[in-house]
Write a protein that binds this ligand. Structure first.
Ligand SMILES: Nc1nc2c(ncn2[C@@H]2O[C@H](COP(=O)(O)OP(=O)(O)O)[C@@H](O)[C@H]2O)c(=O)[nH]1
Ligand SMILES: [Mg+2]
Length: 344
């Protein structure tokens, strides 16, 4: 699962990307796209790992994609290289400048957000319109068109004419028929306000906060923190009155906007988080681990993370009868610890 980092030039995309991925291998602006794969922090995995002392501990992962320098977006510029760079991502992190910078206008995060968001919508509008026109032509020539696709495209057109981003319509965001178009405003989006070091509050933008998933990061500060030895970082955290690094929260939020949850497998060789979409049935979850487990599925032995903690051990959970046997259609919940029974 891949998240594209977008934002106006100078909003702090590179800074945020490096703070999140801890990739400082080649600082500064680069011409090529950068991709960073990182662990999704999860305290439950840490505790399960303490409990089982496995040889390997494996966290869920997400990927961040930072468009290269040639793909910078200047406000109002026609160039859609930025859009092309992130077209294939599953979600967006929209970085919004909320700090003063030399040679730039005073921060206006609300306006900046809307500006780029409108450009996403404009890009989508052009795609949708072109496609609808083509369908009309085909239709006139008596060739068959997919009526359902056409209907959905018209819904997109209507929403975009009213400047409503397509992500506000879950049916559109999830539509299989529209997936191939890479519609930008349909992607789940995390709005990330990039604040100055001294400011930890979300900007007072109720209109945006009411509709969007918003988080705040002090990009420059986090960038410094991420490069420091642990003791120095602890000192800085204290100085700036930070309970914990914000990057963990942003990474978790990235995972959540993708609609992803984790189930766990545990044992002495491996404690591992597996990534699935919400509402995934047990049979499909089994297939994430291995197709053989899916094919030979018998039952899933399931205990929730909380129940396992309450019982103290798997044996305790069995005794408490919180360890359950579930069938193929059971909807796996976030934090389920599962042992699949299967035959090959
Ligand atoms: N004060 C302050 N400066 C920042 C912050 N984030 C980035 N900057 C600075 O803003 C400039 C542009 O940042 P950069 O990450 O290159 O932005 P990009 O063009 O979106 O990639 C750099 O000089 C950064 O050091 C921040 O949170 N606070
Ligand atoms: Mg940059």
């Amino acid at each position: 699962m891949k998240l594209g980092i977008i934002g106006l030039a100078g909003s702090g995309k590179t800074t945020v990307f490096e703070a999140l991925t801890r990739d400082f291998s080649s600082p500064g602006a680069r011409t090529e796209t950068r991709i960073g794969t990182i662990h999704v922090p999860d305290g439950r995995i840490d505790i399960l790992s303490d409990m089982y002392r496995p040889q390997k501990t494996i966290y869920a992962q997400v990927e961040y994609l930072l468009p290269g320098k040639g793909e910078q977006k200047k406000a109002g510029s026609e160039d859609d290289a930025l859009m092309r760079a992130v077209r294939d991502t599953d979600a967006l992190i929209h970085v919004v400048r909320n700090f003063a910078a030399y040679g730039m206008e005073a921060p206006d995060p609300g306006n900046d957000f809307l500006l780029l968001d409108q450009e996403l919508m404009q890009t989508d509008f052009n795609v949708v319109k072109k496609r609808l026109e083509r369908m009309e032509t085909e239709s006139k020539k008596g060739r068959p068109v997919d009526k359902e696709e056409q209907k959905q495209l018209r819904e997109c057109e209507k929403a975009l004419e009213q400047e409503i981003p397509l992500r506000m319509f879950p049916e559109i965001s999830r539509s299989r028929l529209l997936r191939g178009y890479g519609l930008m405003s349909a992607k789940p989006t995390l709005v990330l306000f990039n604040n100055t070091d001294e400011d930890e509050a979300l900007p007072d933008k109720e209109d945006i906060a009411a509709k969007e998933t918003c988080r705040v990061i002090r990009g420059k500060l986090e960038h410094e923190l991420a490069q420091m030895p642990a003791e120095d970082a602890a000192e800085l955290l204290e100085e700036f009155n930070i309970a914990a690094s914000a990057t963990d929260r942003v990474i978790r939020a990235s995972y959540e906007i993708l609609g992803l949850i984790s189930f766990f497998t545990v044992g002495e060789d491996e404690v591992r988080a597996w990534t699935i979409r919400k509402n995934t049935p047990a049979l499909e979850a089994a297939g994430v681990i291995h197709s053989d487990i899916q094919k030979g599925f018998i039952r899933a032995e399931v205990v929730s993370y909380e129940d396992l903690m309450a019982a103290g051990s798997m044996a305790g959970a069995r005794k408490n009868a919180t360890l359950r046997l579930e069938g193929k259609t059971y909807e796996v919940a976030d934090g389920d610890i599962i042992n699949f029974r299967f035959n090959v």
